[in-house]
Design a protein around this ligand. Structure first.
Ligand SMILES: *Cc1c(COP(=O)(O)O)cnc(C)c1O
Length: 377
């Protein structure tokens, strides 16, 4: 594969920081780089948030659920379109997921559907234990609106900002909204530690508890003593060094991803049957991945034909997330919505959007897509 969807893009300082971690002797799952990385992210997000650096975004979400006391018999509401790591932690705690459709204006969890469902659930006396708005492809869900609805009913709002570091919702940075938020630094995300995640919250105690649970829940004692079940979820100090370097280039990465999106948009604007993920006026997306829809009747080829044509030229692309309620493992889970999620899965495609992609490479992607349709044939 010559042109990737998104691949790790180092800024230049990372190796030196990793060497610093080695030199300090902390080739260990603890050490000073962890605190530096957490401080860098907290400073970036602002708003007095605290951060716990963890092994993955999935681990961060799991700890958030654990700390909020979510368990069997509880419902957790989240976006139908998400990565498995955004839904599996609900099952880790034995809770029941309910999957919500997207809003046409943002292609993220529909706040109107959530508001209606919360009102009905409150009347029925069956409120969920948490709502998890999921930011998609660099675009924030309207977590400000959803968190406000949750607050009316005393329901926890935990934002899955794994795909949106660098974005903003109604002026608030993605990752700083809700009772807690999770970030991911997996290899394909906008910045990466090769693998890693973070739990973010304004609630210092919640974040302290996450650090405690992430390091096997050791009670303060000279011997090993445990009064709670813990996890081995802490990020390693060496990987945190990569994160410190990556935070220095985050804004540049966002600018480049937005530029890539803008080039796709300019070249697809006049092509019948191609449309791009919208950006509502209350959001500033990072455009982590450029997501498009292909209307086969108007364009003259369907999503799969385009994906295969790209693949034949060694260009990676991928259908949008398969809605979780359509996944075999979640068969029978409740779904709320009108089916925009299923429609986007049927005709949506993510195009190469890596910040290290060259203009020439992007031109090849664009030409290959256009050649599939009527305008190109
Ligand atoms: C990547 C991702 C996660 C999980 O993060 P990991 O660091 O890979 O565990 C969770 N939710 C969404 C929406 C993601 O894209």
């Amino acid at each position: 594969m010559r042109i990737w969807l998104s691949r790790p893009h180092m800024g230049g300082d990372e190796m030196e920081l990793v060497e610093e971690a080695f030199a300090s002797g902390y080739v260990a799952p603890a050490g000073p780089m962890l605190a530096r990385f957490e401080a860098a992210v907290a400073d970036y997000l602002g708003g007095g948030v605290h951060c716990a650096a963890l092994a993955s975004g999935t681990a961060a979400l799991h700890l958030a659920f654990r700390i909020k006391g979510i368990g069997p018999g509880d419902e957790v509401w989240t976006s139908s379109m998400t990565f498995a790591g955004g839904a599996f932690p609900i099952a880790y705690e034995g809770a029941a997921p309910v999957f919500f459709d997207l809003s046409p204006e943002s292609w993220t969890m529909d706040p109107a559907l959530v508001a209606e469902a919360l009102e009905a659930a409150a009347k029925a006396g069956r409120l969920p234990k948490a709502v998890v708005p999921t930011d998609l492809y660099g675009q924030p869900a309207d977590s400000v609106a959803i968190a406000a609805e949750c607050a009316k009913y005393g329901v926890a709002c935990i934002v899955d900002a794994a795909e949106s570091l660098g974005a903003a919702c109604r002026g608030a940075k993605a990752g700083s909204i809700g009772d807690a938020a999770v970030l991911s630094f997996n290899g394909n995300k906008i910045i990466t530690t090769s693998g890693g995640g973070m739990l973010v919250s304004r609630d210092a105690q919640l974040v302290e508890k996450a650090r405690f649970l992430a390091t096997q829940a050791r009670d303060p004692a000279p011997h090993y003593q445990h009064s709670e079940i813990g996890f081995n979820y802490r990020l390693s100090n060496v990987l945190a060094a990569i994160g410190v370097g990556q935070m220095r280039v985050l804004d540049a990465r966002v600018a480049r991803r937005r530029e890539i999106f803008a080039r796709y948009e300019a070249d697809f604007r006049d092509i019948a049957g191609l449309s791009l993920m919208p950006e509502p006026d209350w959001a500033r997306a990072t455009r982590w991945l450029t997501a498009i829809r292909i209307d086969p009747a108007a364009f003259g080829a369907d999503r799969e034909a385009v994906r295969k044509a790209l693949l034949a030229r060694e260009i990676e692309s991928r259908p949008l997330w398969k809605p979780m309620n359509l996944q075999p493992i979640f068969a029978g889970a409740r779904h709320v919505g009108r089916g925009l999620d299923a429609a986007l899965f049927a005709d949506g495609l993510c195009l190469p959007s890596g910040s290290d992609m060259t203009d020439a490479e992007q031109d090849e992607v664009i030409a290959t897509v256009i050649a599939c349709g009527r305008a190109g044939g």
